[in-house]
Design a protein around this ligand. Structure first.
Ligand code: NAD
Ligand code: WQD
Length: 341
């Protein structure tokens, strides 16, 4: 049973990936500093899989702690690196904190991995690196644009650090996965996303509004050049996203890919507008969602969705879950987490 380190594994996408890994027979070990997650997510993972993964509270900005970790776990075969700060707006306010945390963690990780001869890395990147796309669907070879936020820039720079490392060290195999818009939760309702404070993203804002925590949802702009005027995104169910990491890991562990650094888009390939997400939520929850159209949010792109051909072919993976399954599971989780059932 190959032992895999999941950094940021108590977080939203990390915890779902830990479940997928365990279900596929991998041994998961998590490190996280709990700056944006709770240890309780391990209870959820255990309730779903019957296995409580090993956990160590480590801040990845601390190189000595990371080295000590790898020294004590010499049998780690690969790392999936989720740990990062991820709020776009906050990154504009606190750029140094974002650069220090996201770049520092990755630099420490790559250095430790090389020191301890751990040669397989999967990195959580983001569709944000494409900026405003010139054409749709977005393909992996499309240009990476100047970042629209310090957060986005950390993803671009991390990709560069990884690709430069892979170029000079052929024993270092890495995959960057560019996520589009992950939403939803595990169907059990035992794990999901529960942001602290005011959510930045659409889906948690919707579920918090439905839960009565927020008065109404603000829809940012209805004058885009899209079928209903609201912005279009490629929403992907977090369980599909998690499963893609296992496929990427399978590919890395075979070590027979042509290139030791690869990039894949992870989306469904379909775009949905904000109003379509709201309609789906109303249908699956049976609730009426109060919302108001307001001005566009600065920095938002009009429409983005992925070409998934490369991931379909090379990772042998395809997103399977529908938008209704995404909105249903998001609400199921929010209700359970807030004990509203
Ligand atoms: P999350 O905040 O739920 O998980 C990230 C985890 O990393 C948290 O548990 C946090 O405590 C931990 N962490 C942060 N800095 C750390 C450090 N220095 N040391 C140890 N742990 C640290 O976020 P998520 O939504 O699960 O995102 C996971 C990854 O995917 C991130 O890298 C994020 O940038 C990327 N991503 C997320 C989205 C999205 O919409 N959720 C989209 C694209 C990419
Ligand atoms: C989706 C749509 C909003 C909130 C961000 C990051 C990206 C990635 C995913 C990390 C947009 C609209 C939103 C609201 C709204 N994260 N919206 N009212 O901006 O596509 O992507 O998260 O890597 O990097 O930029 O996601 O969920 O914020 O917005 O109308 O209260 O919903 O305008 O069209 P986004 P989002």
């Amino acid at each position: 049973m190959a032992k895999i380190l999941i950094t940021g594994g108590t977080g939203y996408i990390g915890s779902h990936t830990v479940v997928s890994l365990i279900e596929q027979g991998y041994e998961a070990i998590i490190i996280d500093n709990l700056c944006n997650s709770s240890i309780e997510s391990l209870d959820g993972v255990e309730a779903i899989t019957g296995i409580r993964p090993l956990f160590e509270q480590i801040d990845m900005q601390n190189r000595a702690s990371l080295d000590d970790f790898f020294y004590r776990h010499a049998d780690i075969k690969a790392v999936i690196h989720f740990a990062a700060l991820k709020a776009v707006g906050e990154s504009v306010e606190k750029p140094v904190e974002y650069y220090r945390n996201n770049l520092g963690s990755l630099l420490n990780l790559v250095a430790s991995m090389q020191k301890f001869s751990v040669g397989n890395l999967i990195f959580s990147s983001s569709a944000t690196v494409y900026g405003e796309p010139d054409s749709l669907p977005i393909m992996e070879f499309h240009p990476v644009k100047p970042a629209m936020s310090p957060y986005g820039n950390t993803k671009k720079i991390c990709e560069d650090i990884i690709s430069d490392t892979a170029r000079v060290n052929k024993e270092f195999h890495a995959i960057s996965l560019r996520y589009f818009n992950p939403i939803g939760a595990h169907e059990s309702g035992f794990i999901g996303e529960l942001p602290q404070g005011v959510p930045n993203n659409l889906m948690p804002f919707i579920t918090q509004t439905a839960a009565g925590i927020r008065k109404e949802l603000k829809v940012f702009g209805d004058d885009y050049d899209t079928p209903d005027g609201t912005a279009v995104r490629d929403y992907i169910h977090v369980v599909d996203l998690a499963n893609a990491h296992v496929k990427a890991l399978d590919r890395l562990m075979k070590e027979n890919q042509d290139d030791n650094y690869e990039v894949f888009n992870l989306g469904t390939g379909n775009g949905f507008s904000v109003l379509e997400v709201i309609k789906s939520f109303e249908k699956t929850s049976g609730l009426k969602l109060p919302y108001q159209i307001v001005d566009r949010r600065s920095g938002d792109v009009e429409a983005t969705y992925a070409s998934t051909t490369l991931a379909n072919e090379k990772l042998n993976w395809k997103a399977e879950r529908t938008l209704d399954e995404m909105t249903y599971s998001s609400w199921n989780w929010e209700k359970k987490a807030r004990k509203m059932d």
